[in-house]
Design a protein around this ligand. Structure first.
Ligand code: PEP
Ligand code: MN
Length: 341
């Protein structure tokens, strides 16, 4: 439930409410606002405890959070969360942030070549898989820690922040040592031990939607990270399984504006996994931004035909250049117009 404090509530009154929340065995998260402060109360059936607060001063109203996800909900936090990663601000009214790079880190040379190129076109975050959760155990599994070292070297040389996937709780500490953002992949989106461990890492978390996860399940997955005290969660729509085999997945762009209504968290789009075809990546990237995405994560490879994973959905440099150019024009067109007069 949400306890909304009245306009003139004092710090002592707020503290008294928080103390009472803890006394009845619930946990509290306080958002001190300019207008009024809000205390989010979390626990099994928190709203049933509302009488426990009826004699405390400074409370304006107590309302239930109707959604099963609490910390992720718009009711819990009205303002958009903005996640700061390196020089990027992801969320709110900030222009869309481009994250780009190869599906897998294959060697230092191709990584640096890609990093310098995407940086020159305005990307703020370099992606690159070190641990690859492949459908087949015989496919390339990634270079592991060696790839993480290459990502760190690319960050050093370019100033780009880096994002890479972590596939098991035991590796969170290792991956967190090298990257700015931990990626949780679609196949692990309901690996609750991994989500909690990533939440405890102190790093921002890029949470892909499970390919068969409902929006509610996806937001509940985010709740696992948030409930560890980590507010820096970036949601990523990356396509869902449908009856349609013509594309690898069906990019669910409904999810973008809907999640923005339901949650304060930033949401980005991955048109590479979402389509599985490089020729569809640019149009669907632009469509994602038009739908309100706070950013994109795009697979780019210097020679897609030779990629060790996902070459068919990776953009070559000329295609990425075209996407960047068109994204710039779209961003300008979507920017809030200055008030007339
Ligand atoms: C990827 O980003 O390369 C990837 C494997 O993503 P997903 O988990 O969305 O399939
Ligand atoms: Mn990939």
């Amino acid at each position: 439930m949400i306890i909304v404090m009245s306009h003139g509530a004092t710090r002592e009154q707020i503290d008294a409410v928080i103390a009472r929340v803890r006394e009845v065995g619930l946990s509290a998260e306080t958002i001190i606002g300019e207008e009024r402060s809000i205390i989010g109360v979390i626990g099994g059936s928190a709203y049933e405890y509302r009488e426990a607060f009826s004699h405390l001063e400074g409370i304006q109203e107590i309302t239930p959070i109707s959604k099963p996800f609490k910390r992720a909900s718009r009711e819990f936090r009205r303002e958009d969360t903005i996640v700061e990663v390196g020089t990027a601000l992801i969320g709110g009214d900030n222009p869309p942030v481009m994250m780009a790079g190869p599906c897998s880190v294959e060697n230092l040379e191709m990584l640096l070549e890609t990093a310098h190129f995407v940086k020159s076109l305005g990307a703020k975050i370099l992606r690159g898989g070190a641990f690859k959760p492949r459908t087949s155990p015989y496919s390339f599994q990634g270079l592991g820690e060696a790839a993480l070292q290459m990502l760190a070297e690319a960050r050093e040389q370019t100033g780009l922040a880096v994002v890479s996937e972590v596939v098991t709780p035991a590796d969170v500490e290792l991956v967190a040592r090298y990257v700015d953002v931990l990626q949780i992949g679609t196949r692990n989106s309901q690996n609750f031990a991994l989500l909690s461990e990533a939440g405890r890492s102190g790093k921002a978390v890029l949470l892909k939607r499970g390919m068969s996860a409902t929006i509610e399940e996806w937001l509940l997955a985010a709740e696992y990270v948030l409930s560890q005290g980590n507010r820096n969660v970036i949601l990523c729509e990356r396509g869902i399984r449908t009856f349609e085999p013509a594309t690898r997945f069906t990019l669910d762009l409904n999810a973008v504006p809907l999640v923005r209504e339901l949650s304060h968290l930033p949401v980005i789009v991955d048109p590479s996994q979402g389509t599985g075809r490089w020729s569809l990546v640019r149009p669907m990237a632009l469509a994602g931004v038009a739908a309100g995405a706070h950013g994109l994560i795009v697979e780019v490879h210097p020679r897609p035909g030779q990629a060790m994973s996902d070459g068919g959905q990776s953009l070559g440099f000329p295609e990425f250049e075209r996407l960047s150019r068109e994204l710039g024009r779209l961003t300008e067109a979507l920017a809030p117009q200055p008030a007339a007069g």
